[in-house]
Design a protein around this ligand. Structure first.
Ligand code: FES
Length: 130
């Protein structure tokens, strides 16, 4: 019984990575929706990023967004989230979106099952005072 528990713990502690595609599948500027984890995978400036699937403002699908500079822009109201952490850069959203770790091994792309952290707001929410 104890052996089974240790085995399960090791599997979870393994990083919990999910293989999502081959490294060459995603062109620069392309955004792809992932089912597991619920996220979007995109390539910008030669680097791969994975952010949460839904916008934190009103839930729009970020897989239909666009990459603008170093941000992912929401298709609904134009909120922008930093690609490298999911924090809010501009727009009506006051909270960031989750950011996932992306690893490339032997030509395959893996994304962590759980987000690294939720992107924090980089500006004060509307109506907030100092
Ligand atoms: S739904 Fe994304 S900014 Fe409003």
């Amino acid at each position: 019984m104890l052996g089974v528990r240790i085995f399960r713990w090791r599997r979870r502690g393994d990083g919990g990575l999910v293989r999502v595609c081959a490294d060459g599948d995603l062109a620069d500027g392309e955004i792809r929706r992932l089912r597991e984890p619920p996220a979007v995978l995109c390539r910008a400036g030669g680097r791969l990023y994975a952010l949460g699937l839904r916008c934190s403002h009103a839930g729009a699908l970020l897989s239909k967004g666009t990459i603008v500079e170093d941000c992912l822009e929401c298709p609904l109201h134009g909120g922008r989230f930093a690609l490298d952490g999911g924090s809010v850069r501009s727009g009506p959203a006051s909270h960031g979106v989750p950011a996932y770790d992306v690893v490339v091994r032997e030509g395959l792309v893996y994304v962590s099952r759980r987000p690294r952290r939720r992107g924090r707001a980089t500006r004060r929410p509307w109506g907030a005072r100092r």
